[in-house]
Design a binder for this molecule. Sequence first.
Ligand code: ADP
Length: 362
Amino acid sequence: MSSLNVENILNALRAVRDPDLNRDIVSLNFIKDIKIEGKDVSFSIELTTPACPVKDEMKAQAENVVRQNIPEIGKLNVTMTAIVSKRSNMQAMPILTGAKNTIAVASGKGGVGKSTVAVNLAVSLARQGATVGLIDCDIYGPSIPLMFNINEKPQMHNQKLVPLEKYGVKVMSIGFLIDSTQAVIWRGPMASGAVKQFMTDVEWGELDYLVFDLPPGTGDIQLTLVQQIPITGAVIVTTPQEMSLTDARRGMAMFNKVNVPILGVIENMSYFISSNGERENIFDTGGGKKVAEQFKVPFLGEIPIYTKIRIGSDSGRPITDSEPDSEPAKIFQTISKNLAAQISINNLSKQSAPIEISLGTN
Ligand code: ADP
């Protein structure tokens, strides 16, 4: 009897595991649209993010196990798709309901490259097929208009502001609305009020990831913001030296205090490769990893100092868009995949809890 049937295909695929979610792709319900026509088979693997770090390996593995277990298969067509999983706090804070996931990019102090990282992660995620938005929450020093080279004002539609779109990312910043010197005199409540309006009075539509570039530091404004934004998780950007790590620890403590999960630490300006090819640890080395270990959160990656990254920010065209195949852009791609994986893990762990409980009572 032929072993070519849906059940055997699924059984074979149980051998393929998602290494981040730590479960097999069948029980994760990733396998869709299995079609058998004569000896030819096709199915899709529906991931929880298009920025999956192991997408290509998973496809190859799935093809291998199916062929090995069911040798009579003719043509085999496996398609990789993705529907981004949703954050679990949708009900708790019913704003931004079109945004499946909201990521706060934070740093304990200014100048560590937080905005540069936020921008390049947003562009990387968009380039991988996700729908992405970016809110510049730095009311006192908005840098997003410069980094995207946007000089227009957003239009109104149905009484809401329409975010400006560039490099595949929908963007909103106070810098689009007022002269950047004006907000400097604003008091805290006005500043956080403006960010709140970016969440409620902007036509974001459906987004897989909405990135919040938080103002640097861990003061009152930051605390107010992280309490009013429905955050899926926070990313801490730090440079490797002790001076910056102390502030990064304070940032992590702030998120812990308000029960916002920390998706991971990104170390920026990790080292510099000099013109004679030598690595120079200008700001020391290994600090980001150390602080991640200390707080038992993932280390998402390190970004060296590259002149091209700085030029990208200054010229208003991020390196991830202008030279996507360059070394620095690839580093951002990898980190964005690690981040997307952490978000999927986070969402799954929260979703699967009630399922496990209900199974246990049977
Ligand atoms: P923050 O948001 O933490 O204040 P920025 O993102 O504004 O920091 O970055 C500060 C400066 O450092 C900017 O001029 C930016 O272009 C530059 N920069 C950030 N990261 C890097 C990097 N990895 N390599 C080179 N320049 C960088």
